[in-house]
Design a protein around this ligand. Structure first.
Ligand code: UDP
Ligand code: MG
Length: 304
């Protein structure tokens, strides 16, 4: 069986179209499947529509969250409840074409691969998002040392063994594409063109995206700490030279230097120290969240 995990948040406009396209794509495969919708605290008619659809289509399963916990939490819940031998992950807005599911399954079914990532070789969504994502992927790949990340998002299909590995990682700040790359196994990808949202607007605000990027970088690498260390050492070296300069001026009885140099050093040191404190704060915050050990989400009701 194939489980298709789909997080939904205020997607009332898209659901019928999404289901139609999934159904017709799955038909050509002749494989049993279930669709697990995780309703991430939607405020529109999303849940109602899911229930309507479920009366006609028993393969639909619904997890209703107690409130909005975010994309990553919703995906995690869906993955934890999937019972299939193969598990697909996709967004609900048809940016990820369901027609790719049979091709992904094709790569996994004979056991040659364990993970198929959707590789976005072209994107139709908005320009600003595109270069921001590109920049993020660059930084993340450099910082984490993980391969398989550039140009891959959530759209993917993995087998049970890979899923079990993924689910052993219980961390609270989750970046699923990073975790999926981290587990290793035999990974491959399928290129596709990322479409524009079928309708509605992106449910991720700029702050959400920035937060996700920060979570990804800080939880997968010590690069920020390393960068601080190097910057700090460079600073020490520069101020050592400056110190020698001051000492020499003093000994040779030079006129004292003006305040510009003093002010520049203060600003420079001050801003470096603040940045470093911020970076330390990010790691401490994450350690704190882990030690609180709160559940990632709460479920109000399950319809299975
Ligand atoms: N989503 C969610 N919870 C949220 C935000 C988004 O479950 O708090 C879902 C949303 O319904 C969609 C997927 O996550 O199925 C990706 O969201 P979106 O398309 O808004 O993000 P983008 O494609 O703009 O990154
Ligand atoms: Mg989207």
């Amino acid at each position: 069986m194939i489980s298709i995990v789909i997080p939904v948040y205020n997607e009332e406009l898209i659901l019928p179209k999404l289901l139609d396209r999934i159904k017709s794509s799955m038909q050509e495969m002749d494989q049993a499947y279930e669709i697990i919708f995780v309703d991430d605290g939607s405020r529109d008619r999303t849940l109602e529509i899911l229930h309507e659809q479920r009366t006609a289509e028993t393969r639909i399963k619904i997890i209703e969250f107690s409130r909005n916990f975010g994309h990553q939490a919703a995906i995690t819940a869906g993955l934890e409840h999937a019972s299939g031998e193969f598990i697909a992950l996709m967004d609900s807005d048809l940016q990820d074409p369901p027609e790719l599911l049979p091709l992904m399954y094709e790569k996994l079914k004979d056991g040659r691969f364990d993970v198929v990532n959707g590789f976005r070789d072209a994107r139709k969504d908005d320009k600003r998002r595109r270069w921001m994502t590109k920049l993020f992927h660059r930084i993340f790949t450099e910082a984490s040392g993980l391969s398989q990340i550039e140009n891959t998002g959530h759209f993917s299909m993995i087998n049970r063994q890979a899923l079990d590995a993924l689910l052993t990682m219980k961390e609270k700040t989750r970046y699923i594409p990073g975790l999926r790359s981290y587990i290793g196994f035999r990974q491959t990808s399928i290129s596709y063109e990322r479409q524009e949202r079928a309708s509605g607007e992106s449910k991720m605000s700029l702050t959400d995206l920035f937060g996700l990027a920060a979570d990804a970088v800080f939880s997968f690498s010590k690069f920020p700490l390393r960068a601080c260390l190097w910057l700090g050492l460079t600073g020490v070296f520069i101020f050592l030279l400056a110190g020698i300069h001051v000492l020499v001026s003093k000994i040779t009885g030079w006129a004292p230097l003006g305040w510009s140099s003093t002010m520049i050093s203060i600003y420079f040191l001050g801003s470096i120290q603040l940045t470093f404190l911020g970076v330390l704060g990010e790691y401490i915050y994450r350690t704190y969240k882990e030690s609180q050990d709160r559940p990632i989400y709460f479920i109000r009701k399950k319809y299975f």
